[in-house]
Design a protein around this ligand. Sequence first.
Ligand code: ADP
Length: 438
Amino acid sequence: MTLEFPAFTHLEQLTRQVGGPLAAELRNTVHTLRNQLHDARQEAERLAQAQADAIVNSAMMMSELQTARVDLEASNTVIQTMNQALQTALATAQENEKRFRLLSDAAPVGIFQIDQADRCIYVNTGLRRLLKTTETGKEADWRQWLAPNDQVTVLARWREAITQGKEFAHEFRILTTEGKLCWVLVHARPLQLNVNTWDGYIGTMTDITPHKEAEQLKDELVSTVSHELRTPLASLRGFTELMLERAFSPEKQREFIGIIQQEAIRLTNLINDFLDLQRIQSAKQRYDFTRVSLEPLLQEQLRFFSSEKSQHTFRISVDPALPFVHADADRLRQVLGNLLSNAIKFSPHGGGISLKASQEGEEIKVKVIDQGVGIPREILPKLFRKFFRVENADTRKIGGTGLGLALVKEIIEAHGGYVGVESIVGQGSTFYFTLPVA
Ligand code: ADP
């Protein structure tokens, strides 16, 4: 479309009226100017259109932005709510974890977790207490806890349980870091954290050593009762029956009553020793500790034992100015009584029996030395166990309960001392104990 510019039309009309070359040139210039103006106007229109479009676009964008802002605010609120929920969940999880640890560590049993690779990945305080360790991070190789003698059976049972995905329940011994054996009962069951997964085992370990010891004590008691009670009871019954059935001379009667009395004493001693030991071991024994002067006590005991008709020679040697000891005098009498009666019993052919007391540093050492049958070297470590008696032809004839030395050990240890023995078979034995200076 050709745009009309009245000023240019007027100029053209004028140039036509004027005529001549100048006018023609002017007309051409007017023509060019008209075209340029036309182009410029078109450009202006295009720009105006573009501007209008841009305004419309930006208005639309503004509206979209506004919508997006509203959406953003809404999602912000959702995120905040989710964040709060997450924080609460995290706090609950942390609280649960803390509660689990507190509970687990307060449990009186050991608790552990074994992963799929058969490594121990968790142990609680109870289990560390059992193993007598405070170290952490060394539990992965749990096989190191097993007592060497029980390893084969425990591992076979464990393999059987894990291959069949079954529960594991077994009693066995573990070796503590202090090298002590301890009986434990272990219960472990497969751990399933998600459906269709197997995540190893979780289990408990309970210390059953006291229970096992009580069981062992009961067995020993039964066997002692059957051996030690039966013999004196059988002779009590035999002699009383004999005396009831037949008439004997007064001398014979006296002899038999003497035997009955000896057997009754033996039974009383057995029962007393046993009750004493029970009382001491259940910590019900009360000690009346005072400052005790040892020499008069040793003299008194020696007088008591040497007054019996015996083929032994008794000697005493006490360091001059021996300090007082911190002890329960009655329990000390019991210790000396047991050691002296053993020295006499196990020297059936007589010989010397010496009582010695000397100071060694902060302690007093008391020795009871005899020249009796002696004790084989390999047996010495077992002597102070309950019910232990050396089994040989010499000692079989000599009665006893196997409780005397166990009592001596318990009493001396309760005084803060220790006991020991040295012996040579056929030459004699030296039993000693220590007491702290008062
Ligand atoms: P009991 O004397 O009642 O058998 P003990 O516990 O006093 O019990 O002693 C345990 C064992 O130690 C004895 O049976 C004996 O074999 C041995 N024994 C104790 N004292 C002596 C000793 N002086 N000489 C030799 N053996 C001894």
